[in-house]
Write a protein that binds this ligand. Structure first.
Ligand SMILES: NC(=O)c1ccc[n+]([C@@H]2O[C@H](COP(=O)([O-])OP(=O)(O)OC[C@H]3O[C@@H](n4cnc5c(N)ncnc54)[C@H](O)[C@@H]3O)[C@@H](O)[C@H]2O)c1
Length: 265
């Protein structure tokens, strides 16, 4: 089978470097180019020692010369939207993990991708375990009246609570068909009770040494259920990224999140 040709946008970033490594290691994918803005060289040595690929800040030129099948983007929101427009113009499928795009920007990407017959997978969490955790939490939500979420991340994380915690709480309430119950004798405006979303109290922990962790706790008379996901390195995103790289050609337009690719919807 001919390997899928992949270019990486944001290739010198923390996640971009992992993507470069993962694409080189997988026999079904082949790295053909890399893009970043902070360049001191015009080529990138492949981590498996098999040679080098072009490294440039000019995405348009790279897509024209290297003709990848898929562009993987882990950059910045304001750069990612233009990268998406450029990839779609070149009819290159897109797998994007960049967070912070607005709904209007996602709608535009969906429209352009459909018009050009291009697939786009955009997911705010590529860790497969996190996707499964959210799915299990939706199942459990129907059987418990009370729920809280503790999310724990590294101290440099910009937002709190995490996007994953917010999405989990909202999708749990949707699956249940109504908000969770809030213990009635407690003051929910107390800071120590966390942020209330659909009756779920969200607690955010920020510490150096952590990467990304989340525990969903359910309670009902005489019992609790805990569902926990932990990551220990940014390699955690790679099985999800490679899955999306291999499946994105099956879609036309935008697919949000990995759940549809995993048959979890
Ligand atoms: N979806 C997920 O599972 C997931 C996981 C981790 C991080 N993220 C998101 O991925 C993005 C990158 O995260 P990171 O930790 O690797 O950040 P990072 O800052 O380490 O890397 C970003 C890279 O993008 C490059 N870049 C910025 N503007 C660019 C431009 N105009 N053209 C080309 N390259 C440009 C930067 O030079 C940098 O090398 C962020 O939005 C982050 O929130 C998503």
């Amino acid at each position: 089978m001919t390997p899928i040709k992949v270019a990486v946008y944001g290739a010198l970033g923390k996640v971009g470097r992992e993507v470069v490594n993962a694409v080189c290691r997988d026999p079904e994918t082949k790295l053909v180019g890399a893009v970043d803005i902070n360049l001191t060289q015009d080529s990138l040595l492949l981590p498996d020692g098999s040679g080098k690929v072009p490294l440039t800040s000019d995405l348009n030129a790279l897509l024209a010369s290297q003709k990848p099948d898929v562009l993987v983007d882990f950059s910045l929101a304001k750069a990612a939207v233009n990268a998406a427009r450029t990839a779609i113009k070149h009819k290159v499928h897109l797998v994007s993990g960049t967070t912070g795009l607005s709904q209007a920007e996602l709608d535009e990407i969906d429209r352009l991708a459909k018009e050009n017959g291009v697939g786009v997978v955009s997911a705010s969490n590529f860790a497969l375990g996190a996707v499964v955790m959210m799915h299990l939490a939706k199942i459990a939500a129907k059987y418990f009246d009370y729920a809280e979420i503790i999310e724990l991340h590294h101290h440099l994380k910009a937002d709190a609570p995490s996007g994953t915690a917010l999405t989990t709480a909202r999708s749990m309430a949707k699956a249940r068909g109504r908000p969770f119950l809030v213990p009635s004798d407690k003051d929910t405006t107390l800071k120590s009770r966390g942020e209330q979303v659909e009756g779920v109290a969200l607690h955010s922990v920020r510490l150096p040494g952590l990467l990304a962790h989340q525990e969903v706790l359910f309670g009902i008379a005489g019992q609790t259920l805990s569902i926990r996901h932990d990551t220990i390195s940014r390699e955690c995103y790679m099985p999800g990224v490679l899955l999306a790289v291999k499946q994105v050609h099956n879609y036309k337009g935008l697919v949000l999140g990995l759940a549809p690719l995993l048959g979890l919807e």
